[in-house]
Design a protein. Structure first.
Length: 82
């Protein structure tokens, strides 16, 4: 593993922890409606990672469309799909 890999893994862990903190607080205060904050965090975090694997400027979807749709997916996961 390179030092760059280590940095990326640490950053990913920090971002996951931050997202889990937001998820847990949102469930606690009633903002989010999820039965398992950890799985919801993994699902949303996984979407973010996956888009980086397939998205490029040659795709038929503009970045703004992808960002908007992924945000809608994330809102559905936490029960805010009103």
């Amino acid at each position: 593993m390179t030092s760059c890999d280590t940095v990326v893994l640490r950053l990913h862990a920090r971002l996951t922890d931050a997202l889990l903190d937001v998820m847990t607080q949102g469930v606690a205060d009633g903002t989010f409606s999820v039965s398992d904050p950890t799985l919801a965090t993994i699902a949303i975090g996984g979407m973010d990672v996956q888009v980086a694997h397939w998205f490029n400027p040659d795709q038929p979807y503009p970045a703004e469309v992808v960002a908007d749709q992924y945000a809608r997916f994330a809102l559905r996961i936490v029960g805010l799909d009103r």
